[in-house]
Design a protein around this ligand. Structure first.
Ligand code: 13P
Ligand code: SF4
Length: 323
Protein backbone atom coordinates (compact mmCIF):
# COMPACT_ATOMS: atom_id res chain seq x y z
CA UNK A 1 0.00 0.00 0.00
CA UNK A 2 2.62 2.56 1.07
CA UNK A 3 5.82 3.10 -0.85
CA UNK A 4 9.10 2.21 0.80
CA UNK A 5 10.23 3.95 3.94
CA UNK A 6 13.90 4.05 4.75
CA UNK A 7 14.45 2.56 8.22
CA UNK A 8 17.09 4.37 10.24
CA UNK A 9 17.74 4.55 13.93
CA UNK A 10 18.48 7.80 15.66
CA UNK A 11 18.73 8.46 19.40
CA UNK A 12 15.40 9.80 20.70
CA UNK A 13 15.85 12.69 23.14
CA UNK A 14 14.51 11.92 26.55
CA UNK A 15 12.90 13.90 28.10
CA UNK A 16 11.31 15.95 25.33
CA UNK A 17 12.06 19.69 25.42
CA UNK A 18 9.79 21.65 27.74
CA UNK A 19 8.93 24.22 25.07
CA UNK A 20 8.16 22.20 21.95
CA UNK A 21 7.17 25.28 19.91
CA UNK A 22 10.60 26.83 20.52
CA UNK A 23 12.42 23.54 19.85
CA UNK A 24 10.53 22.96 16.59
CA UNK A 25 11.22 26.49 15.40
CA UNK A 26 14.94 26.04 16.14
CA UNK A 27 15.00 22.74 14.24
CA UNK A 28 13.13 24.36 11.36
CA UNK A 29 15.87 26.98 11.08
CA UNK A 30 18.73 24.44 11.42
CA UNK A 31 17.24 22.01 8.89
CA UNK A 32 16.15 24.75 6.48
CA UNK A 33 12.76 23.12 6.65
CA UNK A 34 9.23 24.17 5.82
CA UNK A 35 6.26 22.76 7.77
CA UNK A 36 3.16 22.24 5.63
CA UNK A 37 -0.07 21.38 7.44
CA UNK A 38 -3.57 20.39 6.37
CA UNK A 39 -6.59 22.03 8.01
CA UNK A 40 -7.49 18.70 9.65
CA UNK A 41 -4.42 18.76 11.89
CA UNK A 42 -4.59 19.53 15.61
CA UNK A 43 -4.67 23.29 16.35
CA UNK A 44 -1.12 23.22 17.82
CA UNK A 45 0.26 21.85 14.57
CA UNK A 46 -1.69 24.36 12.50
CA UNK A 47 -0.28 27.15 14.67
CA UNK A 48 3.35 26.14 14.17
CA UNK A 49 3.07 25.43 10.44
CA UNK A 50 4.56 27.78 7.85
CA UNK A 51 1.70 27.08 5.52
CA UNK A 52 -1.79 25.65 6.14
CA UNK A 53 -4.02 24.68 3.26
CA UNK A 54 -6.23 22.24 1.43
CA UNK A 55 -4.80 19.45 -0.68
CA UNK A 56 -4.40 21.62 -3.80
CA UNK A 57 -2.75 24.54 -2.02
CA UNK A 58 -0.41 22.17 -0.17
CA UNK A 59 0.71 20.49 -3.39
CA UNK A 60 1.18 23.90 -5.05
CA UNK A 61 3.25 24.98 -2.05
CA UNK A 62 5.28 21.75 -2.16
CA UNK A 63 5.91 22.32 -5.89
CA UNK A 64 7.43 25.76 -5.31
CA UNK A 65 9.25 25.52 -2.00
CA UNK A 66 12.96 26.28 -2.00
CA UNK A 67 13.52 24.76 1.45
CA UNK A 68 15.68 21.65 1.74
CA UNK A 69 13.37 19.69 3.99
CA UNK A 70 9.56 19.38 3.82
CA UNK A 71 7.86 18.35 7.03
CA UNK A 72 4.37 17.26 6.05
CA UNK A 73 1.76 17.47 8.77
CA UNK A 74 -0.96 15.61 6.94
CA UNK A 75 -1.47 12.09 5.66
CA UNK A 76 0.69 9.75 3.62
CA UNK A 77 -0.65 10.52 0.13
CA UNK A 78 0.02 14.23 0.76
CA UNK A 79 3.63 13.68 1.84
CA UNK A 80 4.04 11.25 -1.05
CA UNK A 81 2.82 13.94 -3.49
CA UNK A 82 5.39 16.35 -2.01
CA UNK A 83 8.11 13.72 -2.58
CA UNK A 84 6.94 13.07 -6.17
CA UNK A 85 7.36 16.80 -6.81
CA UNK A 86 10.67 17.03 -4.90
CA UNK A 87 12.72 13.85 -5.42
CA UNK A 88 15.91 15.44 -4.08
CA UNK A 89 14.40 16.83 -0.89
CA UNK A 90 13.97 15.13 2.44
CA UNK A 91 10.22 14.71 3.03
CA UNK A 92 9.19 13.78 6.56
CA UNK A 93 5.80 12.53 7.79
CA UNK A 94 5.59 12.65 11.60
CA UNK A 95 3.62 9.38 11.84
CA UNK A 96 3.88 6.87 9.01
CA UNK A 97 0.60 5.29 10.11
CA UNK A 98 -1.20 8.43 8.90
CA UNK A 99 -2.87 6.79 5.92
CA UNK A 100 -6.28 7.44 4.39
CA UNK A 101 -9.31 5.15 4.16
CA UNK A 102 -10.17 6.63 0.78
CA UNK A 103 -6.72 5.94 -0.67
CA UNK A 104 -6.89 2.42 0.79
CA UNK A 105 -10.29 1.83 -0.85
CA UNK A 106 -8.61 1.73 -4.26
CA UNK A 107 -6.06 -1.13 -4.46
CA UNK A 108 -3.88 -0.85 -7.61
CA UNK A 109 -4.49 -4.41 -8.91
CA UNK A 110 -8.27 -4.04 -8.69
CA UNK A 111 -8.12 -0.62 -10.24
CA UNK A 112 -6.04 -1.91 -13.18
CA UNK A 113 -8.81 -4.45 -13.93
CA UNK A 114 -11.48 -1.72 -13.66
CA UNK A 115 -9.52 0.53 -16.00
CA UNK A 116 -9.09 -2.29 -18.53
CA UNK A 117 -12.90 -2.55 -18.79
CA UNK A 118 -13.01 1.05 -20.10
CA UNK A 119 -10.02 1.31 -22.46
CA UNK A 120 -11.19 4.62 -24.08
CA UNK A 121 -11.73 6.44 -20.80
CA UNK A 122 -9.70 9.35 -19.48
CA UNK A 123 -8.76 8.52 -15.88
CA UNK A 124 -9.23 11.38 -13.41
CA UNK A 125 -8.11 10.46 -9.90
CA UNK A 126 -8.65 12.43 -6.73
CA UNK A 127 -5.32 13.23 -5.08
CA UNK A 128 -6.42 11.04 -2.11
CA UNK A 129 -4.92 7.91 -3.69
CA UNK A 130 -1.60 6.06 -3.71
CA UNK A 131 1.31 6.82 -6.05
CA UNK A 132 0.47 3.57 -7.87
CA UNK A 133 -3.05 4.82 -8.68
CA UNK A 134 -1.66 8.21 -9.68
CA UNK A 135 0.68 6.38 -12.06
CA UNK A 136 -2.37 4.74 -13.72
CA UNK A 137 -4.19 8.08 -14.08
CA UNK A 138 -4.23 10.74 -16.78
CA UNK A 139 -4.98 13.68 -14.49
CA UNK A 140 -5.11 14.19 -10.74
CA UNK A 141 -7.63 16.52 -9.16
CA UNK A 142 -8.51 17.75 -5.68
CA UNK A 143 -11.86 18.76 -4.25
CA UNK A 144 -11.15 22.39 -5.16
CA UNK A 145 -10.41 21.86 -8.85
CA UNK A 146 -12.28 18.64 -9.80
CA UNK A 147 -15.17 20.46 -11.51
CA UNK A 148 -12.81 22.81 -13.34
CA UNK A 149 -10.68 19.91 -14.58
CA UNK A 150 -13.58 17.69 -15.73
CA UNK A 151 -15.06 20.71 -17.56
CA UNK A 152 -11.86 20.95 -19.62
CA UNK A 153 -12.01 17.33 -20.86
CA UNK A 154 -13.24 16.46 -24.39
CA UNK A 155 -17.00 15.80 -24.48
CA UNK A 156 -16.73 12.66 -26.61
CA UNK A 157 -14.41 10.76 -24.24
CA UNK A 158 -15.73 8.66 -21.34
CA UNK A 159 -14.24 9.55 -17.94
CA UNK A 160 -13.32 7.26 -15.07
CA UNK A 161 -13.39 9.11 -11.75
CA UNK A 162 -11.63 7.49 -8.76
CA UNK A 163 -11.54 6.76 -5.91
CA UNK A 164 -14.25 8.84 -4.15
CA UNK A 165 -17.79 8.04 -5.30
CA UNK A 166 -19.26 10.99 -3.38
CA UNK A 167 -16.97 13.59 -4.91
CA UNK A 168 -17.48 11.85 -8.27
CA UNK A 169 -21.28 12.04 -8.00
CA UNK A 170 -21.03 15.73 -7.03
CA UNK A 171 -18.69 16.48 -9.99
CA UNK A 172 -21.05 14.63 -12.36
CA UNK A 173 -23.96 16.81 -11.15
CA UNK A 174 -21.97 20.05 -11.47
CA UNK A 175 -20.52 19.32 -14.92
CA UNK A 176 -23.42 17.39 -16.45
CA UNK A 177 -20.90 14.68 -17.47
CA UNK A 178 -21.56 11.00 -16.97
CA UNK A 179 -18.66 9.65 -14.91
CA UNK A 180 -17.66 6.03 -14.44
CA UNK A 181 -17.21 5.94 -10.68
CA UNK A 182 -14.87 3.84 -8.57
CA UNK A 183 -16.87 3.03 -5.42
CA UNK A 184 -14.49 4.34 -2.73
CA UNK A 185 -15.33 6.60 0.20
CA UNK A 186 -13.88 8.35 3.24
CA UNK A 187 -14.74 6.96 6.68
CA UNK A 188 -14.94 10.48 8.11
CA UNK A 189 -17.19 12.11 5.53
CA UNK A 190 -19.60 9.19 5.35
CA UNK A 191 -20.11 9.25 9.12
CA UNK A 192 -22.19 12.44 9.37
CA UNK A 193 -25.76 11.91 10.50
CA UNK A 194 -28.47 13.48 8.35
CA UNK A 195 -30.91 13.16 11.25
CA UNK A 196 -28.64 15.02 13.68
CA UNK A 197 -27.93 17.73 11.09
CA UNK A 198 -31.67 18.26 10.60
CA UNK A 199 -32.12 18.45 14.40
CA UNK A 200 -29.34 21.06 14.59
CA UNK A 201 -31.01 23.09 11.85
CA UNK A 202 -34.24 23.10 13.87
CA UNK A 203 -32.33 24.23 16.99
CA UNK A 204 -30.43 26.91 15.01
CA UNK A 205 -32.87 28.05 12.30
CA UNK A 206 -30.54 30.81 11.06
CA UNK A 207 -27.52 28.51 10.74
CA UNK A 208 -26.18 27.50 7.36
CA UNK A 209 -24.99 23.96 6.67
CA UNK A 210 -21.70 23.98 4.76
CA UNK A 211 -20.27 20.66 3.56
CA UNK A 212 -17.32 19.02 1.87
CA UNK A 213 -18.17 17.16 -1.37
CA UNK A 214 -16.78 13.91 0.11
CA UNK A 215 -20.02 13.77 2.20
CA UNK A 216 -22.90 11.49 1.28
CA UNK A 217 -25.75 12.88 -0.85
CA UNK A 218 -28.08 12.67 2.21
CA UNK A 219 -25.91 15.34 3.90
CA UNK A 220 -25.07 17.42 0.82
CA UNK A 221 -28.77 18.00 0.09
CA UNK A 222 -29.01 20.04 3.32
CA UNK A 223 -25.99 22.20 2.50
CA UNK A 224 -26.32 25.75 1.28
CA UNK A 225 -22.67 25.68 0.26
CA UNK A 226 -20.45 22.76 -0.86
CA UNK A 227 -16.70 23.12 -1.32
CA UNK A 228 -13.16 22.08 -0.46
CA UNK A 229 -11.80 22.95 2.97
CA UNK A 230 -10.31 26.22 1.67
CA UNK A 231 -13.58 27.10 -0.08
CA UNK A 232 -15.59 26.37 3.10
CA UNK A 233 -13.25 28.57 5.11
CA UNK A 234 -13.59 31.48 2.67
CA UNK A 235 -17.36 31.06 2.45
CA UNK A 236 -17.79 31.08 6.24
CA UNK A 237 -15.79 34.31 6.48
CA UNK A 238 -17.64 36.09 3.69
CA UNK A 239 -21.19 34.96 4.46
CA UNK A 240 -23.34 37.35 6.50
CA UNK A 241 -24.68 34.43 8.56
CA UNK A 242 -23.43 34.10 12.13
CA UNK A 243 -23.80 30.34 12.73
CA UNK A 244 -22.59 27.43 10.61
CA UNK A 245 -23.02 23.67 10.85
CA UNK A 246 -19.76 22.38 9.41
CA UNK A 247 -19.89 18.97 7.69
CA UNK A 248 -16.23 18.14 7.28
CA UNK A 249 -13.41 17.18 9.64
CA UNK A 250 -13.68 19.60 12.60
CA UNK A 251 -9.96 20.51 12.53
CA UNK A 252 -10.96 23.21 10.02
CA UNK A 253 -12.96 24.98 12.74
CA UNK A 254 -9.71 26.25 14.31
CA UNK A 255 -9.03 28.40 11.22
CA UNK A 256 -12.72 29.33 10.87
CA UNK A 257 -12.74 30.68 14.43
CA UNK A 258 -9.48 32.53 13.87
CA UNK A 259 -10.82 34.14 10.70
CA UNK A 260 -14.22 35.07 12.15
CA UNK A 261 -14.04 35.03 15.98
CA UNK A 262 -17.52 36.56 16.35
CA UNK A 263 -19.19 33.68 14.44
CA UNK A 264 -20.24 30.28 15.75
CA UNK A 265 -19.16 27.03 14.13
CA UNK A 266 -20.86 23.78 15.08
CA UNK A 267 -19.18 20.53 14.04
CA UNK A 268 -21.66 18.24 12.28
CA UNK A 269 -22.05 15.17 14.50
CA UNK A 270 -21.36 11.57 13.58
CA UNK A 271 -24.13 8.93 13.46
CA UNK A 272 -22.92 7.18 16.58
CA UNK A 273 -22.06 8.93 19.82
CA UNK A 274 -18.37 8.97 18.99
CA UNK A 275 -15.83 11.45 17.70
CA UNK A 276 -15.67 9.59 14.37
CA UNK A 277 -16.02 12.94 12.57
CA UNK A 278 -12.30 13.42 13.41
CA UNK A 279 -9.96 11.79 10.90
CA UNK A 280 -8.13 9.08 12.88
CA UNK A 281 -5.21 9.23 10.42
CA UNK A 282 -4.73 12.99 10.41
CA UNK A 283 -4.93 13.04 14.20
CA UNK A 284 -2.05 10.58 14.55
CA UNK A 285 0.33 13.50 14.02
CA UNK A 286 1.14 15.35 17.24
CA UNK A 287 3.46 18.20 18.16
CA UNK A 288 5.73 15.66 19.92
CA UNK A 289 5.94 13.48 16.80
CA UNK A 290 6.58 16.55 14.67
CA UNK A 291 9.51 17.44 16.90
CA UNK A 292 10.87 13.87 16.92
CA UNK A 293 10.60 13.57 13.13
CA UNK A 294 12.59 16.77 12.68
CA UNK A 295 15.14 15.81 15.33
CA UNK A 296 15.74 12.32 13.92
CA UNK A 297 15.10 13.20 10.24
CA UNK A 298 12.69 10.28 9.98
CA UNK A 299 10.26 8.76 9.04
CA UNK A 300 11.28 9.74 5.54
CA UNK A 301 9.14 9.19 2.42
CA UNK A 302 11.10 7.22 -0.18
CA UNK A 303 9.98 6.20 -3.64
CA UNK A 304 10.98 4.08 -6.57
CA UNK A 305 12.04 6.43 -9.40
CA UNK A 306 9.97 4.79 -12.16
CA UNK A 307 6.86 4.99 -9.96
CA UNK A 308 7.65 8.61 -9.16
CA UNK A 309 7.98 9.49 -12.86
CA UNK A 310 4.65 7.81 -13.65
CA UNK A 311 2.86 9.58 -10.79
CA UNK A 312 4.44 12.96 -11.57
CA UNK A 313 2.86 13.40 -15.03
CA UNK A 314 -0.81 13.49 -13.93
CA UNK A 315 0.07 15.75 -10.97
CA UNK A 316 1.83 18.18 -13.31
CA UNK A 317 -1.21 18.12 -15.59
CA UNK A 318 -3.38 19.02 -12.63
CA UNK A 319 -1.12 21.92 -11.64
CA UNK A 320 -1.16 23.23 -15.23
CA UNK A 321 -4.95 22.90 -15.50
CA UNK A 322 -5.58 24.61 -12.15
CA UNK A 323 -4.05 28.02 -12.91
P1 13P B 1 -9.34 19.07 0.64
O1 13P B 1 -8.05 19.32 1.31
O2 13P B 1 -9.19 19.09 -0.87
O3 13P B 1 -10.43 19.97 1.08
O4 13P B 1 -9.78 17.57 0.99
C1 13P B 1 -10.06 17.15 2.26
C2 13P B 1 -9.55 15.82 2.60
O5 13P B 1 -10.25 14.90 2.88
C3 13P B 1 -8.15 15.63 2.64
O6 13P B 1 -7.89 14.37 2.98
FE1 SF4 C 1 -8.63 10.31 4.04
FE2 SF4 C 1 -11.03 10.98 4.87
FE3 SF4 C 1 -8.96 11.33 6.49
FE4 SF4 C 1 -9.25 12.90 4.31
S1 SF4 C 1 -10.58 12.82 6.09
S2 SF4 C 1 -7.39 11.91 5.01
S3 SF4 C 1 -10.17 11.43 2.88
S4 SF4 C 1 -9.74 9.36 5.74
Amino acid sequence: MFTTVKPKSYPIPNPLPHDLFKAINELKRDLKAVILAHYYQDPDIQDIADFIGDSLALSQQAAKTEKEVIVFAGVHFMAETAKILNPDKLVLLPDLGAGCSLADSCPPQEFAKFKAQHPDAIVVSYINCSAEIKGMSDIICTSSNAVKIVNQLPQERPIIFAPDRNLGRYVAQETGRELILWQGSCIVHETFSEKKIVQLKIEHPLAEVIAHPECEETVLRHASYIGSTTALLKYAQQSDRQTFIVATEPGIIHQMEKGAPQKRFIAAPAMNDCNCNECPYMRLNTLEKLYLAMKSRQPEIMMDESLRQAALKPIQRMLEMSV
